[in-house]
Structure formats: C-alpha cells, structure tokens
Design a protein around this ligand. Structure first.
Ligand code: TRP
Length: 390
C-alpha cells in the first residue's frame, strides 16, 4: 500500500506541508519545463512574468497545445476567479496580476468569476450579505490590477445566474454524486449547494463558446488547489461540444507566520497582509513575520539564512523584487549571510507600503465602473456547439 500522504489539497481543504512535485504527480498534471517557458516568453514578445520565471506557476495542463493553436491563429480567453470569504490580502492579487499580464501579452478577453454562493455554502459563519459585500469589494481590488475594461467580463454568481445557468444545467446532468464525493471529499452532512457548485465553476469555461456559437479555447490560471474542479470540467467538456480548458497552476502562497498558507480564516489575521492595512500595520506584521534566519547575528553572518522556509523571501519572490537582478541579489545575500533579516524586512516594508498606497489609488478609479462589467444575461440566441455524444 502506498504511504499515506502527509498533506491534503482540495478546493475545500489545504493541510500539512505540501510537497509540490508529489502533488503534481498525484493530480497527474504536467511540469512547466524550460522549453515551455521559452515558448511562453517568445509568444509574449520576449518577456516572462516573474511568477513564471521564478517557478511560482509550476504546473499545467495542455498549455503547449494551447500555444500552438494560438500561433496557428486561434486566440484563447482567460478565466479565473475568487471566492469572497473576506477581504483580499496581498497574495490573492498575484493570480490576477498574472492574468492581467497574460491579457496584455496575448490580447485575450478575461472572465472573472466571483463565487459569493460558494463561500456562503462552504463557510458556516458567513451570511449572504457578507459574501456579497466582500464579493463586490474583492472585485474592485481585482480590477485595480489593470484589466482592460473593454475586454473584461465578470460573473458574480448570485447576479449572473441567468447567464450561467443554461450551461450549468447541461454540466450538472453529466456529473454524478460519486464523482463529486470522491473529488471534493464531501460527506453526508455537506449541503446540496456545494454538491452542485462545481457545475457553476465550470460554466465560465464554456461561456464564450456557447455565447458565440463556436469553440473558443480557455486558459485558466489558478492555485493548484482548484485543479479538482477543472478535472471534472475536462472530463465532460468534449461530450458537450466544448474544448477542454488548459490550466496554469501556482503553488499556494505561504503566510507570514510560517508554514501555513496565507489564509484569512480563523484566528490568524497576522498571517496575512490585507490590502487595507495601514502603513503601521504593515510594519508591525512584517516585523513579526516568520523568517529563515538564524538564532544569532553571528551565526547568520557565518552560515547564512534559509530562504526556502522564509515568508519574507516569499514576498520578494512573488512580487516585490521587480527585476530578476534584484531577486538574485536578495537570494544571494540571504544565503551568504550578508543580509540580516531585520534589514531585509526594513527594505521590504517600505516597498509594501508604497505598493498598497498605489493600489488604493487605482482602486478608487475602477470603483466607478466595476459593477458595469458584471454579465447578467446571455446574449440572445446563445447556443452550444454541437455536442459529440449523449
Ligand atoms: N473556487 C474559487 C475559490 O474558492 C473561486 C473560483 C471560481 C476560481 N472560478 C475560478 C478560482 C476559476 C480559479 C479559477 O477561490
């Protein structure tokens, strides 16, 4: 019998110390190889996003084929989403910054799903009014990363249900109880909203094909924890006449207090930096953040620190070292002991404060049009491509 895994990753549970290479094997996804990175760089016009270059996005499904189609003249659209269980923290934005980069480089329409229903169903303590309010606030933060409003569309589940429902109905008929039970780990006490929910997360994958009456390839950048939903999608896509979506999977972002994912649930508010944290809070939280530093200055100078386990290093890696040179310098000086944790934090704090200030200014600009991007009805005459079977 295979050894029991020491970690669990599903859309509804992330637990233990994640071995990402092993997770890729378990999920049966492909590795993002240097050759694929070269292709992405070439097609993006010579530039690679830092989250790709630094291996934060590390796994995929069918992206090589999607890029070949793209080169052959078949444009794709982007799809990603957010379950609004609370205010956004700095790491949540990464996925959308990455999507925005892809949108700009590949001239792709972007579809964003805000799942206020899902989070209401999954979190016992949340009211519908709360998930709706968080959803609208989260949407404004997401759009503030700079999506082109002319090519960006939003599904806000409780408001967009008329647009999504015809597809969800087709999908739901083909997904049975034993599948969702096995894939998501549902138990007899799971509410029936969640049993159905995956059909709604699938709907945007097919929406442009359905609305336009011809297949449009879909690329989904997401945390690898969301892959189980899209395995279900991919299993049924072709029988409904839609292309299987391609995926780019990221690792989960570590929180500020150590091994855990940067999560906002429970009693761990200091584990995350919120987009609304005032400069003093940023200072306080980062000063107490977990690092890979040594017990004494002398030891650190002599042995260097351990960036792999450091939450501050993770922030440099994912956003705050803008250039590859800066990132290489932080990495080198950390390992060699030239850089002490206090100084490293000091430099990062200034950058985070500046970033948040800029973000808040952008947010006020998009607030005016954010809800106008919500899709409420399908275009008249929307029709699925011919299904290939039952
Ligand atoms: N289920 C996701 C969450 O809990 C939200 C989501 C909806 C999503 N559609 C998506 C995430 C597509 C990634 C890609 O956050």
């Amino acid at each position: 019998m295979p050894a029991k895994e020491e970690f669990v990753v599903t859309p509804y549970q992330v637990k233990g110390k994640i071995d990402y290479a092993r997770l890729r094997e378990l999920f049966g996804t492909e590795e993002i190889t240097p050759a694929l990175l070269t292709e992405l760089r070439r097609l993006a016009g010579g530039e690679l996003h830092p989250l790709l270059a630094r291996g934060v996005y590390y796994s995929h499904r069918d992206v090589a084929a999607l890029l070949r189609q793209y080169e052959g003249g078949h444009p794709f659209f982007l799809y990603s989403g957010r379950g609004p269980s609370g205010p956004l923290h700095t790491s949540h934005l990464l996925q959308f910054e990455f999507c925005q980069w892809l949108q700009a480089k590949f001239h792709a329409p972007m579809y964003i799903q805000i799942t206020d229903d899902e989070k209401f169903w999954v979190r016992a303590g949340l009211t519908r009014a709360e998930t709706e309010r968080y959803g609208l606030e989260n949407l404004v933060d997401i759009l503030a990363v700079g999506f082109d409003p002319k090519r960006t569309h939003v599904f806000f589940d409780t408001r967009s249900i008329a647009a999504l429902y015809p597809i969800a109905v087709d999908v739901a008929k083909r997904v049975n109880y034993s599948t969702v039970k096995a894939v998501f780990g549902f138990t007899p006490s799971t509410n029936i909203g969640l049993l159905f929910y995956t059909a709604l997360q699938t709907a945007p994958c097919f929406y442009p094909s359905w609305a336009g009456g011809a297949p449009v390839p879909c690329l989904i950048p997401c945390g690898i924890d969301q892959d189980p939903h899209f395995r279900v999608t991919r299993d049924i896509a072709e029988t409904l006449g839609y292309p299987k979506p391609a995926l780019l999977h990221s690792q989960m972002m570590p929180g500020l207090l150590g091994e855990r994912v940067m999560s906002t649930t429970g009693d761990v508010a200091d584990n995350a930096l919120f987009l609304d944290d005032p400069p003093k809070e940023v200072d306080r939280k980062l000063r107490k953040a977990f690092t890979g530093g040594r017990a004494t200055v002398e030891e650190q100078r002599r042995l260097g620190a351990t960036p792999e386990i450091c939450s501050v290093y993770a922030m440099w890696r994912t956003r705050f070292a803008e250039t590859d040179e800066k990132f290489a310098q932080i990495d080198r000086d950390c390992r060699s002991g030239a850089l002490l944790c206090g100084d490293c934090k000091g430099e990062l704090i200034g950058r985070v404060q500046g970033f948040l200030e800029q973000h808040r200014a952008k947010r006020e600009k998009v607030r005016e049009y954010a809800t106008s991007l919500i899709v409420e009805r399908p275009p008249p005459g929307a029709k699925a491509p011919e299904p290939r079977g039952g």
